[in-house]
Design a protein around this ligand. Structure first.
Ligand code: TYM
Length: 335
């Protein structure tokens, strides 16, 4: 049995990109033989300032949504990161293992900080070290993510290897990313060359997993396309990023192949294609949003689920972290 770990930031509302790139795979993996551990990464969320009341609300919101997608807290461990101190403890050790040059190469930091590098928090810079600790604190070896997280996983492997090498141990195993190829990068509805993101200023650029049927249909109707007719083969979409993205979404939510969908709409404009896509999306996404609302109505139950999850997570992560601390040379602690 292997151990699977993944996380999502409880900021904003999960998008269709989060769902198709990661959350849906989290649910599928629950049915396999591996142990699944899923984390709402609130320590990561505060690398950019969050209003405390809104962070609390959004963490509940993300818990409700993950459950609504089908995570079963009896079969998977679901918890919030700040509830298990092992993450921060191991994260600090990794701050002292990772090299400045490694972090400076992280494209996500460069994208997020932009020209503002002197003003962003030091946490934003060190974020990948904490992400490495999230995974290594469980000796997890498989990590289901979208492809924007690949570089961070490579870094987690570099950190694990350097720790093993520096201390002459074989303690942290190699990590393998699990990526669903077809939906590894769902793109913005306004610009087919940009990733769909919760933090895009335009709400029209994304489908939120809590959008209602009318909103979903309206966003698809307005989604950017081009003026050519739909072709009858995939190769002809190579230079048409918006059309390719919508087709990828259509196939992912309907279960039909991209080829079969194209065969149905080839030669026509985007109108009928978009109507059918909106219908397929509403059928898939709207019930998840409705279930999330039900979970969100009972915060005491969400607290109970997350705290139970945290106790199970801590039982795995604390001994591994304590052993890492012993390897480093720290004296034993009581907790
Ligand atoms: P986050 O919160 O940005 O995203 C959560 C997951 O959704 C995937 N994703 C996408 N997949 C396809 N298309 C998109 N447009 C899209 N947008 C987001 C992400 O790849 C991710 O899998 N650093 C992580 C959270 C994290 C983590 C971890 C993940 C913290 N510790 C340990 C794995 C293991 C993040 O910010 O994800």
């Amino acid at each position: 049995m292997a151990r699977i770990f993944s996380g999502i930031q409880p900021t904003g509302i999960a998008t269709l990109g989060n769902y198709l790139g990661a959350l849906r795979n989290w649910v599928a993996l629950q049915d396999g033989a591996d142990e699944c551990i899923y984390c709402l990464v609130d320590l990561h969320a505060i690398t950019t300032f969050q209003e405390p009341a809104s962070l609390r609300e959004q963490t509940y919101g993300m818990a409700a949504l993950v459950l609504a997608c089908g995570i079963d807290p009896e079969r998977s461990i679901l918890f919030h990161q700040s509830a298990v101190s092992a993450h921060a403890r191991l994260g600090w050790i990794f701050n002292c293992v990772a090299r400045m040059g490694w972090l400076k190469r992280m494209t996500q930091f460069k994208d997020k900080a932009g020209k503002n590098q002197e003003e962003v928090s030091t946490g934003l810079f060190m974020y990948p070290n904490l992400m490495a600790a999230d995974i290594h604190a469980y000796h997890a070896t498989k990590v289901p993510v979208g492809d924007d997280q690949l570089q961070h996983i490579e870094l987690a492997n570099d950190i694990g290897e350097k720790f093993n090498h520096d201390f002459g141990v074989e303690f942290f195993p190699r990590i393998e990313p699990l990526i669903v190829k077809e939906t590894a990068r769902v793109m913005s509805l306004r610009d087919g060359t940009k990733k769909m993101s919760k933090s895009d200023p335009s709400d029209q650029s994304r489908i939120n997993m809590t959008d209602d049927a009318d909103t979903i249909s309206q966003k698809i109707r307005k989604a950017k396309t081009d003026t050519e007719a739909l072709p009858d083969n995939l190769a002809a979409l190579a230079q048409r990023p918006e059309a390719r993205n919508l087709l990828g979404i259509f196939a992912a939510v309907s279960g039909e192949s991209q080829e079969a969908i194209l065969a149905r709409f080839a030669g026509g404009g985007f109108g009928p294609f978009k109507n059918a896509l909106a219908e397929a999306l509403v059928a898939h996404v709207a019930p998840i949003g409705a279930r999330a609302k039900e979970y969100l109505a009972d915060k005491a139950e969400l607290d109970r689920i997350l705290q139970k999850g945290a106790a199970k997570a801590a039982a795995i992560a604390q001994p591994i972290t304590a052993e890492a601390e012993r390897i480093v040379g720290f004296l034993p602690s009581a907790g």
